[in-house]
Design a protein around this ligand. Structure first.
Ligand SMILES: Nc1ncnc2c1ncn2[C@@H]1O[C@H](COP(=O)(O)OS(=O)(=O)O)[C@@H](OP(=O)(O)O)[C@H]1O
Ligand SMILES: [Mg+2]
Ligand SMILES: [Mg+2]
Ligand SMILES: [Mg+2]
Length: 347
């Protein structure tokens, strides 16, 4: 089955959402950053990006009702204290639609924007088609001025069949070795099941097919991990790296930009080990997972199982997530198992 039409719509949606985010990141005011009840940040760009993606998918794929599982909801925007924020989001969304120019004189009201954001309340599951969206993955990185991604995937009967990652701050050239890049930034990665992974610049260069690194000796390999210490146990990942004989220091960047960088061979491994009790969300991995697997890589949990996106908004994964190439996977799994056995149980 081909998902060409859906992929075209998803690329447009993620690109427009990225242009909205870029505008906000340039002029980010502290008043545009709010804190959710789980003490994580959310900005006008997270909401605006979700509204734009939902709007574009509805318009481009109008023959099928939209089922969208997405991170944000309108709870805080519907309170009296959210009215100014909603006005700013509505302005941003309308400016993005007007700049794109393909939807005529279409203007959304604040109520339309609320409806667009809340169309992301589907629960997903193992039947039918569900879009999965992280409107800004890596909001902490976005607020710092660092890496972030707009991450959009389509699930069909519980499997990711396409994925798009817009990474506005990721250099177009390799970031291997943490080298500061003088090259232009702004990458769009996209993959459809069975068709490989491609990367182009966000401003529309011709796509190139990308492939994961084929390094098979872990001593020559490098690894990505979350920038935020709170998101992954860095003591554990350095123990795993030591067992593998890895010489290079970890490359710590925010968001699913890590999956994008891995898919084009900037590094060989991505280790993510959240602390006990944290439950991973499907929107943090679905797009990145298909981008890496279609580029020839593997994404599994610490028990060696493929990620299961069919159980609703949470991933039912064991302990941690590992992405790498096929040659390195067996030795990594062995090092992970040994390191987990040696880890103090308080972690
Ligand atoms: N405690 C904890 N443990 C693990 N993961 C967490 C935790 N808290 C949040 N999150 C999720 O991490 C998402 C950000 O992605 P990364 O962790 O790869 O980026 S970062 O380098 O740490 O910024 C981030 O996604 P966004 O909320 O979309 O930014 C969260 O879903
Ligand atoms: Mg996220
Ligand atoms: Mg997010
Ligand atoms: Mg968030």
């Amino acid at each position: 089955m081909s998902y060409d039409k859906e992929l075209t719509a998803a690329r447009k949606a993620a690109s427009l959402a990225a242009s909205l985010c870029q505008k906000v990141q340039k002029a980010l005011l502290q008043s545009d950053v709010q804190w959710k009840s789980d003490r994580t940040p959310v900005t006008v760009a997270d909401y605006g990006s979700q509204a734009i993606v939902s709007f574009v998918l509805e318009r481009e794929l109008s023959d099928e009702p939209l089922s969208l599982v997405a991170e944000e909801d309108t709870g805080d925007l519907c309170k009296d204290s959210g009215k100014d924020t909603l006005q700013r989001i509505t302005k941003l969304v309308n400016e993005t639609i007007a700049n794109d120019g393909s939807y005529g004189a279409c203007t959304l009201s604040p109520e339309d924007v609320l409806r667009a954001i809340d169309s992301g309340r589907s629960e997903g599951g193992s039947f039918g088609r569900h879009w999965v969206l992280d409107p800004i993955d890596g909001t902490k990185g976005f607020v710092r001025g660092d890496q972030y991604a707009v991450a959009l995937a389509l699930l069909h009967n519980g499997k990711a069949v396409l994925g798009v990652l817009a990474c506005p701050n990721l250099p177009l050239a390799s970031i291997a070795g943490n080298a500061p890049s003088e090259y232009a930034v702004g990458c769009l990665f996209y993959a459809q099941v069975g068709s490989g992974t491609f990367m182009q610049s966000l401003d529309g260069s011709s796509p190139v097919k990308v492939h994961v690194s084929d390094i098979g000796n872990s001593e020559d390999a490098s690894f990505f991990e979350p920038f935020e210490k709170a998101h992954s146990m860095q003591e554990l990942t350095s123990a795993i790296a030591r067992k593998l004989g890895v010489k290079a220091p970890p490359v710590r960047i925010d968001s699913q930009a890590k999956y994008g960088a891995l898919s084009r061979g900037d590094g060989e491994m991505y280790f993510r080990f959240p602390r006990k009790g944290y439950r991973e969300k499907i929107w943090d991995h679905a797009a990145g997972c298909i981008v890496v697997t279609e580029a020839g890589g593997v994404v599994i949990d610490a028990a060696g199982r493929p990620l299961d996106f069919s159980k609703g908004e949470h991933l039912d994964s064991d302990t941690g997530i590992i992405a790498t190439n096929r040659k390195l996977m067996p030795s990594i799994l062995k090092a992970v198992r040994e390191s987990l056995e040696e880890k103090p149980s308080s972690c």
